[in-house]
Design a protein around this ligand. Sequence first.
Ligand SMILES: Cc1cc2nc3c(=O)[nH]c(=O)nc-3n(C[C@H](O)[C@H](O)[C@H](O)COP(=O)(O)OP(=O)(O)OC[C@H]3O[C@@H](n4cnc5c(N)ncnc54)[C@H](O)[C@@H]3O)c2cc1C
Length: 315
Amino acid sequence: MAKVLVFIDNPGAAVKKSYLELLTLARSLGESAVALNGELSDGVAAAFAEYGVSTVVRPSAQDLDDFLVAPKAAYVAAAAETTGAGIVLLDNSPEGKEIAARVAIRLNAGVITDAIAVDADGTAHKSVLAGSYNTSCKATTSVSVVTVKANNITAEPATAPSTPETVTVEVPAAAAAARITAREQKVASGRPDLTDARIVVAGGRGLDGDFGPVEELADALGAAVGASRAATDAGWISHDAQVGQTGKTVSPQLYISAGISGAIQQKAGMQTSKVIVAVNKDAESPVFEIADFGIIGDVFDVLPQATEEIKKRKG
Ligand SMILES: Cc1cc2nc3c(=O)[nH]c(=O)nc-3n(C[C@H](O)[C@H](O)[C@H](O)COP(=O)(O)OP(=O)(O)OC[C@H]3O[C@@H](n4cnc5c(N)ncnc54)[C@H](O)[C@@H]3O)c2cc1C
């Protein structure tokens, strides 16, 4: 039976959905352990039991967040050695990928990023070239380190809860080389995180500087707001919202593309979305080649009507 380690970084009071997806995947592959950084609150401990985790590893040092990722990677590598994990799973965030690469170096392991599924033998599946090919790949080493995209696995608790044992591992002091000297919290939008969101409403150059209709539809749906690079470069919305090759990769259940032409670099970040709805006034726009539903129309007519109808049905 494969031993699988999941890295969970600062879950706070409750384990977020993308981590629950990793725990579900880990359990489906074999015996699952967690390398936890941060507090083990009651809610987090309950989620680990509910998702069938057999071992919760904790670091000897409690100051990993005071440094850039190197100590976290050293910790995850030590946790993998302690638990005998053959597969190490991390989230697919930029930080998750950087930690994965550093863990792989420490364990002399193969690393695979952007996976959408993993088999029990460590074979990982990816959707590549803007979603036009699916590839399977497998590390040639005894340990594989895999980062998995959110929203590709359905999070499901185990049939019976587990009673995880807790183990503490030493974190090598040498890894603590670059200290964080200041932190400034950004004002929260109240919307879900773009990479985790089940629904994304994204706007492009067709919005002509006015993201109001996109934001109103997003709020009616409880969605995150995304954007094309044309929109972020124009300064209409923050660069954090950019979806695509040089922006964020999203894979929501529903992606609503509004006033976006569907360039290959935009598709690269959203083509694995389950359902794509495109609103564009040009019937020849390439976005319609990948859309499951297409509306040929003006975003300023279509989006407010959709928002109004959704609000009516909800209320
Ligand atoms: C190396 C590189 C990396 C890149 N990375 C990214 C990336 O990460 N993400 C990204 O998005 N792009 C990226 N780009 C840019 C990409 O090539 C496109 O230029 C960009 O995606 C275009 O944005 P857009 O679709 O909003 O604008 P446009 O291509 O100008 O399309 C606007 C669309 O809006 C429609 N429209 C106009 N008015 C309305 C209206 N009133 N109602 C309805 N529809 C309307 C038009 O018909 C058109 O289809 C990258 C490019 C390069 C070279």
